[in-house]
Ligand binder design. Structure first.
Ligand SMILES: [Zn+2]
Length: 318
């Protein structure tokens, strides 16, 4: 847990959310640059490449999955669909595998999306929180676990790291992955998604003792993998965050009941796989040019990633 490094997180964030990466829009050269960067990280973290020597899962142009669009709330996303142009660039998920000790066991999938929305009239949409923060988690968790594996401390279950593309185009990348998985989807134990985990929202910034929190949004029809006792016990031992479940409770409000559909975990839920989404909340910089790496709360991000690591470790060994 102590190997999760704030310095590393800063490096990932200041690269991914830079001028050079230009908003990481799918189907552009910036999207390609992003894919290459993540492939490079997976390679230096010694993850196995599932496609011969490549980490890239090319996604053929998809009929957009409109299955979960609902009016109003998702208007922004559907507007974004109109901006999709293929050009010479493809969408691609970047996938790396950390082999477990027991090949017979089911495996874990950890997801985060690497695409963002490119440019707006005001300039680059940097996407530091959305979702440089989740990609930082994906890279850092894979780094720490693979360093442990090198020292002979290897999880029982295999872990598949999936950096998804075209999430902002209505979950295209994760939808493609669950229909074209690198290990049969029926062998997936559960999925863990990190999307926007780097900020402190207005509900928690009012006082310093509220800042260490994470929203847990999950669906597990087995009631065995993502349960309050498991999450709370791990958190109590390792991180002492506030596990905020307000978005997990469907109290009939439109916003809450639709949040479960808002990121890549939903593609897995549709396949009946127990899934959890870690999220630190919406803010004024969401989908704006002001979602920049200097605004990331690195100490809080680190702690959240430590919790993700503890959870991955526990689930990969039990
Ligand atoms: Zn996102």
């Amino acid at each position: 847990m102590n190997r999760v490094s704030e310095d590393s997180l800063r490096k990932y964030e200041y690269t991914l959310a830079s001028e050079l990466f230009g908003g990481r829009k799918t189907y552009t050269e910036k999207g390609l640059l992003t894919s290459k960067y993540i492939s490079g990280k997976f390679q230096s973290n010694c993850l196995k490449a599932p496609f011969w020597k490549s980490y890239a899962q090319i996604i053929p142009i998809q009929p957009t999955p409109l299955h979960h669009l609902s009016p109003g709330l998702d208007e922004k996303i559907s507007n974004n669909l109109n901006n999709v142009s293929s050009g010479n660039f493809v969408a691609q998920n970047i996938i790396g595998i950390l082999q477990g000790r027991n090949a017979k066991k089911t495996h874990l999938v950890i997801t985060a999306h690497h695409d963002h929305m490119g440019l707006s009239e005001e300039g680059v949409l940097y996407g530091a929180d959305d979702n440089g923060s989740g990609i930082s988690a994906l890279i850092e968790v894979s780094r720490v676990l693979s360093e442990a594996a090198k020292r002979g401390i290897r999880t029982k279950r295999t872990i598949v790291f999936v950096s998804t593309d075209a999430e902002e185009n209505n979950l295209v990348g994760s939808d493609y992955y669950v229909n074209n998985p690198v290990i049969p989807i029926s062998n997936t134990y559960c999925s863990i998604n990190c999307d926007m985990i780097g900020r402190v929202d207005s509900l928690h910034s009012v006082s310093s003792n509220l800042r260490n929190y994470i929203y847990c949004i999950f669906k597990d029809s087995t009631n065995r993998i993502f349960t309050n006792p498991i999450l709370n016990n791990l958190n109590e031992i390792y991180t002492q965050l506030e596990l905020d479940e307000r978005y997990n409770i469907d109290n009939g409000s439109y916003r809450v009941s639709n949040l479960i559909k808002r990121s890549d975990h939903y593609s897995f839920i549709r396949k009946g796989i127990p899934s959890i989404w870690f999220f630190s909340g919406f803010h004024d910089d969401y989908h704006q040019t002001t979602d920049t790496p200097d605004k990331i709360c690195y100490a809080e991000l680190k702690k959240r990633i430590q919790f993700v690591l503890a959870l991955v470790w526990y689930l990969a060994n039990n």
